[in-house]
Design a protein around this ligand. Structure first.
Ligand SMILES: C[S@@+](CC[C@H](N)C(=O)[O-])C[C@H]1O[C@@H](n2cnc3c(N)ncnc32)[C@H](O)[C@@H]1O
Length: 195
């Protein structure tokens, strides 16, 4: 169980704002957002609604808005009181993710903080919330983690476990965290079967 004050102002300073200890830098941010937008364009997805679920400092939505100004509806949620106060999100936990479905939903490094008791509910909420692409990044037991540089709190499940859950929820896994919702009927990937 993660204590409620785990994600306080000091957490965001250490892992995001201080360049000496930050886990992401501007270059990573720009490249990652550009990559996901390129994928959406490639599959013909017009992003009219964007959601960042567990937004932290909000860097993803900020960079997204800069690169994709045509999207008028950008919403950011986080469970942390400090994050909502500092970065202006709506204080909502993923267990209660509200509102109509979005074309692009980002959920980046959040699910490992969700307990086993709650993870099923959270995946159902994310599924309901996404009508296009879900960009999901989760640290798993299979990853090599720099334990000194990273926050080591949370539940480290296996990659296979997440893959199974997302498939059962109707997502098509395109790799690199890109999951296409079963609700996006226009998606028809070129498929190559290797026997
Ligand atoms: C490691 S940070 C990642 C922030 C951001 N997504 C990123 O990639 O930079 C994890 C964030 O998830 C939020 N969080 C953790 N559990 C959550 C939950 N159940 N619902 C919503 N937000 C949650 C925390 O408050 C924190 O801001």
């Amino acid at each position: 169980m993660i204590p409620p004050n785990h994600f306080d102002a000091e957490y965001y300073r250490r892992y995001y704002d201080d360049p000496r200890t930050a886990v992401v830098n501007r270059k990573i941010q720009k490249n990652e957002v550009a990559f996901v937008i390129a994928f959406c364009r490639h599959i013909g997805l017009d992003v009219r609604r964007f959601t960042d679920a567990g937004a932290g400092t909000g860097w993803w939505a900020k960079e997204f808005s800069r690169r994709y100004p045509a999207c008028r509806h950008v919403e950011t949620f986080d469970a942390s009181e400090a994050a909502c106060y500092l970065y202006g999100h709506r204080q909502v936990s993923l267990q209660n993710l509200p509102g109509p479905p979005s074309d692009l939903v980002v959920c980046r490094d959040v699910l490992r903080y969700v307990s086993d008791a709650q993870i099923g509910r959270v995946i159902r909420r994310l599924t309901r919330k996404c009508r296009g692409v879900l960009y999901l990044q989760v640290i798993t037991r299979d990853d090599e983690i720099d334990k000194d540089a990273s926050d080591m709190a949370g539940v480290f499940r296996t990659t296979a476990w997440y893959r199974r859950q997302m498939k059962a929820a109707g997502f098509r896994d395109c790799g690199m965290g890109l999951l296409v919702s079963g609700a996006y009927r226009k998606f028809s990937p070129f498929s190559l079967e290797v026997r």
